[in-house]
Design a protein around this ligand. Sequence first.
Ligand code: FRU
Length: 473
Amino acid sequence: MNALHTAWEKLIEEESRRQKGRTDQDLWRPRLHIAPPAGWLNDPNGLCQYKGIYHAFYQLAYFQPEGGLKFWGHCTSRDLLHWEFQGVPLCPDQPFDCHGAYSGSALIEEDQMYLFYTGNVKLLGEHDYVNTGRESNTVMAVSSDGMRVDTKELLMTNGDYPDDLTRHVRDPKVWKQDGRYYMVLGARTREDEGTVLLFSSEDKKRWNYAHRFRMEKPFGYMWECPDLYVLDGHTVLSISPQGVEQDGLRFANKYQSGTCFLSGDFRVTKALGEFRELDGGFDFYAPQTFLADDGRRIQIGWMGMPDMEKVYRNRTVGRGWQNMLTIPRELSVRDGILCQNPVRELKEWWKEERRIKGAYSGPLEPCCELELTTEGGDVKVVLAGGLVLRYEKAEGIFWMEFTDPLLGGGRDIRGRQVGALRDLRILVDVSGVEVFLNGGQDVFSTRFYPEKDQYHAAIEGDGIEGVLRYREG
Ligand code: FRU
């Protein structure tokens, strides 16, 4: 560990002593979801299960709740629901990562944890930071206990990436398959086209460029946080594109996150199937998956959106923290559609339940879940008096709308064609809401900011019934 790392550790310790209790006491603190102890959080990083324990790292600007220099925060869990903060193991402390330890992934092998990430460097001078002035370094950090980083090694610099790219190349996702290592990296070409680069390696250190994935027609100028995995017999490429134009109800957020199926072997095939957004709500970006020991493919996303500070007011900033991750979601493919559902462990979390049959109006615990089935007609669920979740059968659209601007912190309305609506599951965790429709075929995620006495639900709809689950206090 170098002197700069030691200095960061000391500063972090001092800051956590200063913050202690402050953010924990905050009434908008989630109970189930990962949130930063202090400061700003964005992408999930390095998700894995190591020696039986789940590890989640995330982009953390510890000293700046409004965003700033990026470190990796770290937390662990035995059940994907109770998370314990474990510190800040990756700090910008090298010439190759001095402007941020950017996003990346974990690979577990022979009891070692390998963390691959992007070392971000911004050079001084007159630069646009797209074509000049930025270094995007691929770095490997090694940990022998999953808690502390022992070594960091620079693997690739911009000179190792194809010539037609800008300086924007980042977010390595690494995995092992058939005795070889593979890496995908998100990139922006000089023609302003988003793409994903595929590399392979025999030793995790020397990487060879194989080919790239792109759409038939350019789709946005930059693809961030790629992931590639096999799910129920389908090869899935997950990307977070920037610069995609809104198309009716689709692509309504500033940036998107979604998946494409790949036909054939990713080592050969470059052509991508249709892009489908993973979430129809206001707050979802940069998801990453990992394979749990029991074979489940689990995804966690950032329940937030970059570059929205002029529109969304995340009302916890003044309280010293901002943003959270989504609930861990189990992925599956049903009827050719990628489905996301809260991990099955969630069922064990709840202690109480109340049956609902027909219209319902009543108070809610700040952390609770509504699971409802319908007869396929119109449905309306109003949360906290100002977040309206509405299905309109005639048009087959599900809407998420804030009628109370303070509750939504500047968020307004999102909608998505969902066809028929058979069931919905609404997970409320104090200041976050995730809605899973039709067994997880469509999902809507958003932050919201109810006052203490505002937790309430009003439900209407033909033949609606189900259950409200919660745990007191
Ligand atoms: C996505 C992203 C990544 C980058 C990280 C920096 O939100 O821009 O591409 O590595 O955030 O925090």
